[in-house]
Design a protein around this ligand. Structure first.
Ligand code: MLT
Ligand code: MN
Ligand code: ZN
Length: 310
């Protein structure tokens, strides 16, 4: 099974268009050690020819152009694509708006929880992907499903599971209490397996906390791509960027007693890779002490174009 990180950044990407934080300025001026990141998405393939996207970011068009394996091969049908399916983990702008890039009457399948497919159904702009050409397939939690699209069996199986998180920002209901109206299925994680080799990995780009259930699920996993949004819960406040903590946004931090480094300490995960990394995060500087601390703890900091064979 082949995995390619299309974008390792969080919403806004790195550098973010309107941001003058130290990181964004350094990335914008090509400072060594600050690699730009596009927004949050992975591509996965069992056979190297047919691919599924895990989330569709607003940067998808550029991500496809930068990925030879995602481009159509000359010969055969005039209109065609190796992308046969898209699996969505939540309804965030950085994860669904890229679907618009996949218009032009190309058949494929969209998988998501009932909650997230509901968001697509309620926003008429997504009708540009006509449902009779682009099928919507609900993911039932804890029920593995084989991916298919455009008449192709991808040889991949996906199991969706609910993870602690928050409803998408633009759907928050202030009157609904501290969870803003969040329901089961608003944020899911994925276990993706190759049906031939039986090998698998986890993809969890948004997660508020690693609870006991999630720890048990991830214990002994060979590969986990995980929420690396922030290094510290209050880094956006401290840098004067936004008056919100990571926990308010539904994202665990990397460091600290409640952070993901600590939470994964005894989970015996083979390779742990941060994705969905916000531009405020000091791990985006390869020469920072925070990068050093993160990699010394056995984590990898994901980057665009990172490829892993599982
Ligand atoms: C998030 O990951 O918290 C969201 O993408 C934030 C946003 O919608 O900008
Ligand atoms: Mn996001
Ligand atoms: Zn910034």
């Amino acid at each position: 099974m082949f995995v390619r990180v299309l974008g390792a950044g969080a919403g806004g990407g790195f550098p973010q268009w309107n941001c003058t934080c130290q990181n964004c300025v350094a990335a914008r001026t090509d400072t060594p050690g600050f690699r730009p990141r596009t927004q949050s998405s992975l591509a996965v393939s069992g056979d190297g020819s047919n691919w599924a996207l895990l989330n569709a970011s607003p940067d998808l068009r550029a991500q496809i152009s930068a990925s030879p394996q995602l481009n159509p091969l000359p010969g055969g049908r005039m209109r065609q694509s190796p992308i046969k399916a898209v699996v969505l983990t939540n309804g965030d702008v950085d994860h669904i708006s890229g679907l618009i890039n996949l218009r032009e009457a190309q058949p494929f399948s969209i998988y998501g929880s009932q909650r997230v497919l509901g968001v697509l159904a309620e926003n008429s702009i997504f009708n540009i992907l006509a449902p009779d050409i682009v099928s919507r397939i609900p993911l039932d939690l804890e029920k593995p499903i084989k991916l298919q699209g455009d008449g192709v069996d991808l040889g991949l199986q996906v199991e969706a599971f609910d993870v602690p998180g928050k409803i998408a920002l633009y759907l928050e209901d202030e009157s609904a209490g501290p969870d803003f109206g969040t329901q089961i299925g608003d944020t899911i994680g994925l276990k993706v397996s190759d049906t031939q080799s039986g090998k698998s990995f986890f993809y969890i780009p948004g997660c508020a906390t690693v609870d006991e259930k999630l720890s048990k699920r991830l214990k002994g996993a060979s590969h986990v791509f995980f929420d690396g949004t922030l290094f510290t819960d209050d880094e956006m406040l401290n840098q004067g960027l936004m008056p919100k903590t990571g926990s308010r946004m539904g994202h665990i931090s990397i460091s600290g007693p409640d952070g993901s480094i600590k939470a994964f300490e005894n989970l015996d995960v083979g390779r742990k890779i941060y994705v969905h990394i916000n531009n405020s995060n000091p791990v985006l500087n390869d020469n920072s002490p925070e990068y050093e601390q993160t990699t010394a703890a056995g984590w990898e900091v994901g980057f665009d174009g990172m490829e892993i064979e599982i």
